[in-house]
Design a protein. Structure first.
Length: 218
């Protein structure tokens, strides 16, 4: 994760939006592409789509980009040892206030128990972190144990895109420019094959969200 990306997600606008999730924030590039950030859902309780992820988690779970902590909270309630990480201190505070464990840390920084996590999560578009899916997948491969799982939420469309984006509040940019990736299911499988993973399962939730389970290769 670049310094620009770290500052963007630590910015006051995103941090405040976690506390008042009705605010509308978007990722936008200079060419007119925009992606709405679903802060209201991210800040709520785990929903039916999330539960399809939770039921597939095994062992100790690392939630990468945990946001407001709904998955950390839900997994702890199921008896998992779970840790959330996020570059936004407000996200970490919110997760802890929900009874979860979290650290203000980038996935590319040193993390506790590297190589020992049973499951890692990249949900809510977090495969986009850093703008380089293969680099991110290789990094997560180092974090999980032998034959560990990575559960990824992918874009609904068959896309594999790299963009330079800003966080926008409405039409107003509120962060600097940073790299981001948007990856569909087919593209994720291609990147996984060259990054130490094999596809174990793919599924779609009743709400139309798309997911892939990857298994770390020996």
């Amino acid at each position: 994760m670049t310094a620009h990306e770290h500052r963007a997600w630590s910015s006051g606008s995103y941090a405040r939006a976690l506390q008042t999730p009705q605010r509308s924030l978007f990722l936008c590039d200079a060419e007119g592409w925009c992606l709405s950030l679903d802060l209201e859902r991210w800040s709520a309780q785990a929903d039916a789509g999330d539960r399809t992820v939770l039921q597939r988690c095994v062992g100790r779970v690392l939630d990468i980009g945990c946001g407001a902590g709904r998955l950390v909270e839900a997994l702890a309630g199921r008896g998992h040892h779970v840790l959330g990480i996020d570059v936004c201190p407000s996200a970490v505070i919110t997760t802890v206030c929900r009874g979860g464990s979290a650290l203000s840390r980038s996935v590319f920084e040193p993390l506790p128990d590297e190589g020992r996590w049973g499951t890692a999560l990249l949900i809510d578009g977090n495969i986009g972190i850093g703008g380089d899916p293969q680099r991110l997948l290789r990094r997560v491969r180092d974090l999980v144990r032998e034959e560990g799982l990575l559960l990824v939420e992918t874009a609904a469309a068959d896309v594999d895109e790299r963009r330079r984006v800003r966080i926008h509040a409405g039409s107003r940019p509120v962060s600097g420019v940073f790299p981001w990736a948007t990856v569909g299911t087919a593209a994720l499988s291609r990147h996984a094959a060259s990054s130490g993973w094999s596809e174990a399962e793919r599924w779609r939730s009743a709400g139309g969200r798309h997911f892939v389970a990857l298994r770390a290769c020996r």
